[in-house]
Design a protein around this ligand. Structure first.
Ligand SMILES: [Zn+2]
Length: 209
């Protein structure tokens, strides 16, 4: 199956995705993951989620979940050799704390960038490609990437919760904005309050398995 990027406003990006249960189809997933990884690298994306390719399944691919402090596209290109891919099936956040801000973008929304609050630290359950259960944690920029992608699995896009949005922001403009406003950590351990966000757009938190 050849993947194709689904753009914002497509109803497939608004759906709650289904749990992955067919771990016996490993080759099918490996092929998808490889294509998703290549597209992320091509588009300088940090990560992606299955519904962005019209795949109604709960898995996310983190390709380069580190903040890249660069001042132009040439500098950004130098990171391409250092990408490391991790995949999470059926990820469920079980704990969020702290507060950070960053100007997010998304392959599906294209040339749009906006400020989003995310937790500094998260804990989560997930399954690997063989269906084995794991519990792990992430902090800082990686936690942000994780939250952005897991939101996609629940039909939530970053624009549903962003402020200070700039449209028609090409890659140069996005680099400029992020250069001026790198990820800012307000607190590493405060309660992550989603009270300001519409209930349907809040990142879901589950009880640990
Ligand atoms: Zn996205």
């Amino acid at each position: 199956m050849k993947i194709e990027l689904v753009k914002s406003n497509d109803p497939r990006l608004k759906k709650v995705c289904e749990e992955v249960v067919d771990f016996e189809n490993k080759q099918f997933y490996l092929d998808l993951i490889n294509q998703i990884k290549n597209l992320c690298i091509e588009q300088y994306a940090f990560a992606a989620a299955a519904p962005q390719f019209g795949i109604n399944k709960r898995f996310i691919v983190l390709v380069s979940a580190v903040e890249k402090k660069v001042s132009n596209i040439e500098e950004l290109q130098q990171f391409k050799d250092h990408y490391e891919t991790t995949v999470y099936f059926n990820p469920r956040i079980t704990l969020m704390r702290g507060l950070t801000y960053y100007y997010e973008a998304c392959m599906s929304t294209g040339e749009v960038i906006g400020k989003v609050a995310r937790p500094y630290y998260i804990e989560f359950d997930y399954q690997d490609i063989d269906g084995n259960d794991h519990h792990s944690s992430a902090e800082g920029f990686e936690a942000r990437c994780f939250c952005h992608e897991i939101d996609h699995l629940d039909g939530i896009e970053f624009l549903d919760k962003a402020s200070d949005i700039t449209y028609h922001a090409d890659l140069n403009k996005r680099i400029e904005i992020r250069n001026k406003f790198p990820q800012k950590t307000i607190s590493e351990d405060c309660e992550f309050d989603q009270g300001e966000i519409y209930p349907e757009f809040r990142t879901k938190v589950y009880i640990k398995r």
